[in-house]
Design a protein around this ligand. Structure first.
Ligand SMILES: C[S@@+](CC[C@H](N)C(=O)[O-])C[C@H]1O[C@@H](n2cnc3c(N)ncnc32)[C@H](O)[C@@H]1O
Length: 442
């Protein structure tokens, strides 16, 4: 008996011209073709003389089991899927079924995954060039994924300024997911952010709408639609949705000349190496900002700003600021040292924006397991000390002597600063602070 074979075929968006050569060849080679009935219809012309097994939409695992059973009979089986079979497609479930049944790549039945053009690239090609910079895809289907997971991903993609492709955006029963996605994204993106809604790309019923984010959820969207949401640089011109590749950051778009300060073939001045210098330049050039203003301007956690300040040199300073890092192993000693810093202002912010400022003494802190607490008649302060990963000493001219305790994501958990009286720090407290800086910072 000849050896069985499973060909996992992604046949692209639907039109024959967009099917890969290998996908066509694989279908031609197959004895049996298995697929969702709509997909079978799309490749009907290629199926003459073959055994065809049509399955319903919910029978995904059935399709995998059937493919394995047929391959065990020595047949060449093509399991077909639109787009790319590995993108929200049948490749994953098939491998899972095979592996759970004891199959291994060394066994008699060979498996080949044949990639195809996925919906996001097919849809993008019809509206211009919306995916020319970092993008991600998120499926809004909550049939197998809990909504909090989906919402968290939308939030992270929105915050991170990814261009976003939404697969499975809406169905007869799932109508509110797209409304929620819009609500989350409008926290981070402008209402007029371009959105392309592409239905049935490269199929007979193809339909394209170019709209804006605030209108997205009101548009006609269905099961065969992919939604492409632009990032903060995406624009529409002459009916084309374009996301710049980023060249405008470095090159003059008209002359092609490299902009001042940038070098062809090198990271941008705001690349990984250069951006700390940019932070310091911003602090020098702009009117004296608070550290929080600077962190907000660059949309990064406070620890990143303190780290940029800490990397300053004599001829590349951060205005009046200086900083130095305290590593995790010195945190307990640092907390102990604060006892000598006199009266302190402790600032704690809630993630929703409420700010508590408390006047305390360092010796009021008590360690209780993972927590740091101060309890008195006026307030109870509880800080999850185990979240603190490092700290940053910070000075600003004659106005600030303090320390930020930061978590692993570089966000400030709380910060302490020395209080001034009549515009000056207490001499002894300031000396103790400077001594702690020398002894405990890197
Ligand atoms: C289960 S996923 C399958 C994705 C497919 N494997 C791919 O790579 O394109 C189904 C979703 O893909 C998107 N989709 C598939 N084909 C499409 C097409 N021709 N036009 C627009 N969207 C499409 C829609 O968002 C649809 O809800």
């Amino acid at each position: 008996m000849s050896k069985g074979k499973i060909l996992l075929v992604g046949f692209g968006p639907g039109a024959e011209q967009h099917m890969s050569y290998r996908a066509r060849e694989a279908i031609a080679e197959a004895d049996v073709v298995i697929g969702y009935s709509t997909y079978i219809k799309l490749v009907e012309d290629l199926l003459g003389g073959k055994e065809v097994i049509r399955k319903g939409m919910t029978e995904e695992i059935d399709r995998c089991i059937e493919a394995y059973d047929q391959a065990k009979l020595g047949k060449v089986v093509a399991l077909i899927s639109s787009g790319d079979i590995g993108v929200y497609g049948m490749a994953g479930p098939t491998y899972e079924v095979l592996l759970q049944s004891g199959w291994s790549p060394a066994s008699d039945i060979t498996v080949e995954v044949i990639p195809g053009s996925t919906a996001l690239s097919a849809c993008a090609s019809l509206v211009g060039a919306p995916l020319t910079h970092d993008f991600c895809s998120i499926s809004l289907s909550d049939l197998l994924t809990p909504w909090p997971t989906i919402a968290r991903r939308i939030d992270a993609a929105g915050r991170s300024d990814f261009v976003i492709a939404l697969y499975n955006p809406k169905s007869g029963r799932r109508t509110q997911q797209i409304v929620e996605a819009q609500r989350i994204l409008l926290q981070y993106r402008k209402a007029d952010t371009p959105v392309a809604i592409v239905k049935s790309a490269y199929r007979e019923m193809q339909e394209i709408q170019l709209v804006t984010l605030d209108k997205m959820a009101d548009c006609k969207i269905g099961m065969l639609t992919t939604v492409l949401i632009g990032n903060s640089s995406t624009y529409v011109q002459e009916g084309l949705m374009i996301t710049p590749r980023g060249y405008a950051n470095k090159y003059n778009a008209i002359t092609g000349d490299v902009k001042d300060g940038e070098r062809a073939g090198r990271s941008l001045t705001m690349g990984l190496e250069g951006w700390k210098a940019c932070v310091r330049k911003y602090m020098r050039d702009s009117d004296a900002h608070s550290l929080r203003d600077v962190a907000r301007h660059f949309d990064v956690p406070m620890g990143e700003i303190l780290s940029a300040i800490g990397a300053a040199s004599n001829d590349d300073g951060a205005s009046e600021y200086s900083s130095a890092r305290v590593n995790h192993e010195n945190l307990a000693a640092l907390l102990d040292a604060t006892r000598q810093w006199g009266r302190l202002r402790a600032v704690v912010r809630s993630s929703a924006g409420a700010v508590s400022e408390l006047m305390i003494n360092g010796d009021e802190f008590q360690r209780r397991g993972d927590w740091l607490a101060i309890e008195n008649d006026h307030f109870h302060l509880h800080i999850e000390w185990s979240r603190v990963a490092a700290a940053w000493f910070v000075r600003r001219g004659e106005t600030l002597r303090g320390v930020h305790f930061v978590d692993a994501a570089c966000e400030t958990v709380f910060n302490l600063s020395l209080l001034r009286k009549d515009g000056a720090f207490d001499k002894i407290a300031e000396q103790q602070f400077e001594q702690s800086w020398r002894e405990l910072s890197m």
